[in-house]
Design a binder for this molecule. Structure first.
Ligand code: 1BO
Length: 304
């Protein structure tokens, strides 16, 4: 495995298993297979609604496969309805309980938006709470407490753009160690990646294969580079992210896909391949944040 060293010297494996949209039934088998294949990094979140099944799979592997806690890197994320300072610690503890762990390797603020506690997904304007009422730095203050208490080995954010990060760094005591954002050749986020590099914030790329869309894998340029290197289009897309110094967390549930994605660690793209892939930029996201664009968040650039 290859690692990215975070700004507090914690080592994050560059390739992890994404678990968003994996059902509880699917994710149990996926985690057990992934561990056998050599995956060490698991990207989870309370909103994915499958942390209990992941916890069961990890617990099984600790007992049956002699897995050691220190050999895996587990991320979870604070959901938007638990941003109020008094709700952060209980939400973290709930994830720890479901994952059956006594610490997380990384805990992220999932989105820079806040919702009412009762509103798991926002349905109406009143479900969204403005950031003036629930400031991100106050949420972060409790993330810092969790870090200082050793409940999490690293803390970070997700879906924070450059402008938001710039303002945030001025206000917080402990800088985020990671920003997890959508990133792939169609949406390379050069400016943000560059800013994070300069500020020692590691970037994890979600949706590195296109979040369920096959359009990037069917891109003629990607297919050509795959053929030239005798690898698959998915491996090209993942290797592109890794070569840029990012961590990538593709979702997979089937053994063949888990294996294919992991083997991207052995793919070496040359400068010409990298350049051609970077040239595919369409400034196009697969994931919009439209569901949150109601109430106070109407007309706001959530990804700023
Ligand atoms: C709603 C969850 C988005 C991916 O983490």
């Amino acid at each position: 495995m290859r690692f990215i060293e975070l700004n507090n010297e914690v080592k994050m494996p560059v390739l992890g298993l994404g678990t968003w949209k994996s059902s509880a039934a699917e994710v149990y088998g996926a985690i057990r297979w992934a561990l056998k294949l050599g995956y060490q990094h698991f990207d989870c979140a309370s909103i994915y609604n499958n942390e209990s099944a992941i916890g069961e799979a990890l617990a099984g592997a600790f007992v049956e496969d002699n897995l050691k806690r220190e050999d895996i890197f587990v991320t979870s994320k604070l959901w938007n309805n638990a941003h109020k300072p008094e709700d952060v610690m209980p939400a973290l503890k709930e994830s720890l309980k479901n994952l059956r762990l006594d610490y997380l390797d990384l805990y992220l603020v999932h989105w820079p938006v806040a919702q009412r506690k009762e509103a798991i997904m926002p349905l109406e304007a009143e479900d969204m709470l403005s950031l003036a009422d629930v400031p991100l730095e106050e949420t972060w203050g409790v993330m810092e407490e969790a870090y200082n208490q050793g409940l999490v080995k690293a803390i970070g954010v997700s879906n924070f753009g450059k402008k938001r990060l710039e303002g945030f760094l001025d206000k917080v005591e402990i800088n985020p160690m990671v920003d997890q954002v959508e990133c792939h050749p169609y949406f390379p986020q050069d400016e943000l990646v560059d800013f994070c590099r300069k500020n020692m914030i590691a970037v994890t790329a979600y949706a590195p294969l296109g979040s369920g869309s096959s359009v990037m894998m069917e891109d003629e340029a990607v297919k050509k580079i795959a053929k030239k290197n005798n690898v698959t289009p998915a491996q090209v897309l993942l290797a592109w992210g890794i070569e840029r110094g990012l961590a990538v967390i593709p979702k997979a549930t089937e053994e063949a896909h888990l294996q294919e994605n992991l083997a991207a660690l052995n793919v070496e793209l040359d400068e010409e391949d990298m350049k051609e892939l970077s040239g595919l930029n369409k400034n196009e996201r697969f994931l919009s944040a439209d569901v949150f664009r109601i109430g106070d968040y109407q007309g706001i650039d959530i990804f700023a």
